[in-house]
Write a protein that binds this ligand. Structure first.
Ligand code: NAD
Ligand code: UDP
Ligand code: UDP
Length: 308
């Protein structure tokens, strides 16, 4: 079962699991995902799509749960911040309750946002973070932190088989073109010949992981023995400034876009880079796709999607 299976990462995961020979139940309320992301899977008899909101209980029989349901981009998660916290917290309780009843393994899609605006760099899993509990990003950050707490309490109290992955900025085909995330924004702007909007002076950093690399990490994580719980960071440790990303997108697309500078949103983290030593050692996993190659594939998707 993949919750949030109609979203960007979820749809790639459903596809991968079907290719691996699994029966896949995709649970999705279409808050930020779309049917288009999974429409090509609908004719597969091993794929089932269920419209359901994970903040409500769900009684189904499954043996593995990937819990990805939660809007991931600031524009989407800030549109209805109360629902965002409910999705992370009530959603986690329901999915953990389901895992407890069925004995299923359960993987949580957590996030680098649990580190907030980090004072330790690069971020290691033993860093507790620097998170504003009352800001505009808090519904997401604190919701995901509470979900991790619930996962570890169900592990200690009910001996559930949990797997927690902290995802760092991941990009690729099927990102929502209007969800405001930086890679999709820059690509769409460059393809349309519009100005590229850099927030702040563009010196803040992120590390960008191509979607296929991340999905490989998820599948490896789910297959680990029961004493391996994480949390493990998953992301690409190669760090870029946002200005460098804009230049890489321009290099890939060409065109006449220019860089323009806009105000930096509140609580925007200044730097982010995963330390992936744990995932390397325990899963033998590391990203393989270089930024320029991943950008080419993503640009090809958006060119076709936008018919440009
Ligand atoms: P996304 O918005 O494309 O996917 C999330 C999916 O969850 C959407 O299809 C949405 O409709 C669904 N959803 C939201 N609330 C739901 C609810 N209450 N019940 C059922 N479904 C619901 O985002 P994504 O990038 O694919 O992210 C997937 C997961 O990975 C999220 O949990 C996100 O927090 C996490 N994550 C992603 C990134 C990234 O860079 N892409 C980074 C860190 C964490
Ligand atoms: N739950 C669910 N599906 C199940 C089992 C439980 O959605 O198959 C939900 C149920 O609504 C409950 C939550 O998961 O509120 C937590 O379940 P748990 O068994 O941990 O707690 P309890 O039922 O004692 O509240
Ligand atoms: N950003 C930007 N221009 C945009 C969209 C985002 O400069 O059009 C910046 C944003 O301020 C942040 C970084 O890019 O510093 C990554 O933003 P995103 O929303 O993709 O992810 P997150 O902040 O959650 O890492």
């Amino acid at each position: 079962m993949v919750t949030g299976g109609g979203g960007f990462l979820g749809s790639h995961l459903c596809e991968r699991l079907l290719n691996d020979g699994c029966d896949v139940l995709c649970v999705e309320n279409f808050y930020s995902g779309t049917r288009d992301n999974v429409v090509h899977l609908m004719n597969n008899p091993h794929f089932e799509l269920m419209r359901h909101d994970v903040t409500f209980p769900l009684y189904v029989e499954v043996d593995e749960i990937y819990n990805l349901a939660c809007p991931a981009s600031p524009i989407h998660y800030q549109r209805d911040p109360v629902q965002t916290t409910k999705t992370s917290v009530h959603g986690a309780i329901n999915m953990l309750g389901l895992a407890k009843r069925t004995g299923a393994r359960i993987l949580q899609a957590s996030t680098s946002e649990v580190y907030g605006d980090p004072e330790v760099h690069p971020q290691r899993e033993d860093y507790w973070g620097h998170v504003n509990p009352i800001g505009i990003r808090s519904c997401y950050d604190e919701g995901k932190r509470c979900a991790e707490t619930l996962f570890f309490d169900y592990y200690r109290q009910h001996q559930l088989e949990i797997k927690v992955v902290r995802i760092f900025n991941t990009y690729g085909p099927r990102m929502h073109p209007n969800d405001g995330r930086v890679v999709s924004n820059f690509i769409v702007q460059a393809l349309r010949g519009e100005d590229i909007t850099i927030y702040g002076d563009g010196s803040q950093t992120r590390s960008f992981c191509y979607v296929d690399d991340l999905i490989e990490g998820f599948v490896r994580m789910m297959a680990t023995p029961s004493d391996v719980t994480g949390p493990f960071n998953m992301g690409n440790p190669v760090e870029f400034t946002i200005k460098e990303l804009a230049e890489a997108v321009l290099k890939s697309i060409g065109g006449k876009s220019t860089l323009i500078f806009k105000p930096l949103p509140q609580d925007d983290p200044k730097q982010r880079q995963p330390d992936i030593t744990m995932a390397r050692e325990k899963l033998g996993w590391e990203p393989k796709v270089k930024l320029q190659d991943g950008l080419e594939r993503t640009v090809a998707y958006f060119r076709n999607f936008l018919a440009l």
